[in-house]
Design a binder for this molecule. Structure first.
Ligand code: FMN
Length: 327
């Protein structure tokens, strides 16, 4: 029997040990609301809320919509309340909105803050100032120690095979090294696309699986229908790792490169930059070159986000049952 670790209140009583990962461009209020109503933490990158010049502050509008819709759901369904939601802040120096977005998130009392690409004391402090918790994503043990040193409450171990900026390390090695010294909330990312993988993540010592790619192929996702269908048809061997498009190694669908006239087997040498190019001759990462993790073989159709959570729960319960028979 897996013994439950004592988790912060906001992470307790989840339907299954899964958190929906933030997806650049793809995660929008409808997707987050669907994920939370289905009983798992839903999330979006703050940068997805892009203001039109002279228009209202979209991040405020999104936070209002998500908060009010989940409140309404909770009042109508006290026996089946929604899970809390999370906002992802890209803490990279290229993010010139960070300070403003942090203020807005503190004002709206965002319950879970996910920080990526750097760790900053002031962002963790802002999360705590409004009663939230901060989870920081890391690709190795050194970054994990730095993040906790800067006040992160929990860690997201991004292992090999994760969609977007995946890490190079095996989940077995990464979780083990972090668990040797860290007893707080730990999430594992990287091809965690099935209920079996959720159970495996817990066996390794993580508290939750961090599930990204499967939510691209959902009705609520803000993604091109061709991208969604490609996620259904593709499998692990159709995923390419390259640092060409952002300067950092990331996992993409080979089919999305072919679609814009690039040969995935004959790419130019990696773009040698330490900055994130936002314009240039290459097609844009995420908008034209589509992110995907190695777990996409588990995606069999495009449907509601709730159906992904139902499938994960079914598979998780079955996997637990099978383990009980084996052990
Ligand atoms: C299309 C796409 C966009 C992503 N955008 C972000 C992002 O904006 N911020 C972030 O922290 N992680 C981002 N990620 C990484 C995910 O949050 C998560 O770590 C990853 O999807 C987990 O691996 P999986 O796709 O194999 O489930 C993205 C991943 C994908 C597939």
């Amino acid at each position: 029997m897996l013994k439950a670790r004592t988790l912060p209140t906001v992470l307790q009583d989840m339907r299954i040990p899964a958190v929906a990962a933030p997806l650049f461009i793809v995660s929008c209020p409808d997707l987050v609301i669907a994920q939370c109503k289905a009983g798992i933490i839903g999330s979006f990158p703050a940068l997805n809320a892009r203001d039109e010049p002279g228009g209202p502050v979209l991040l405020e509008i999104w936070l209002k919509k998500i908060t009010e819709e989940l409140d309404r759901h909770n009042q109508a369904n006290p026996d089946r309340p929604a899970a809390p939601f999370a906002v992802n802040q890209i803490v990279h120096r290229s993010n010139d909105r960070l300070e403003r977005d942090v203020e807005i998130c503190a004002k709206w009392k965002v319950p879970v803050w996910i920080t990526s690409m750097g760790a900053r004391v002031e962002v963790n402090d802002a999360a705590h100032s409004c009663g939230g918790i901060a989870l920081h994503d890391v690709i190795n043990n050194t970054y994990a120690k730095k993040a906790v040193g800067k006040g992160a409450d929990g860690l997201i171990a991004v292992a090999a095979g994760a969609g977007g900026h995946g890490g190079p390390q095996s989940p077995f090695a990464l979780v083990r090294e972090i668990r040797e010294w860290f007893d707080g909330p730990l999430l594992l990312a990287g091809a965690v696309s099935t209920g079996e993988a959720l159970l495996a993540a817990r066996v390794l010592g993580a508290d939750f699986g961090y599930v990204g790619s499967p939510f691209v192929a959902t009705n609520e996702a803000n993604a091109d229908p061709v991208y969604k269908e490609m996620m259904v048809k593709a499998a692990a061997e159709d995923v390419l790792t390259s640092s060409l498009f952002t300067g950092h190694p990331a996992n993409y669908l080979k089919g999305s490169l072919t679609r814009v006239g690039l040969d995935p087997d004959n790419l130019p040498p990696d773009w040698d930059v330490s900055v994130m190019p936002d314009d240039g001759p290459l097609p844009k990462a995420w908008r034209e070159i589509w992110g995907a993790g190695q777990g996409i073989g588990a995606i069999k159709s495009v449907g509601p986000a709730a159906a992904v959570v139902d499938r994960l729960e079914r598979e998780y319960r079955d996997a637990c049952e099978r383990m009980r028979e084996i052990i």
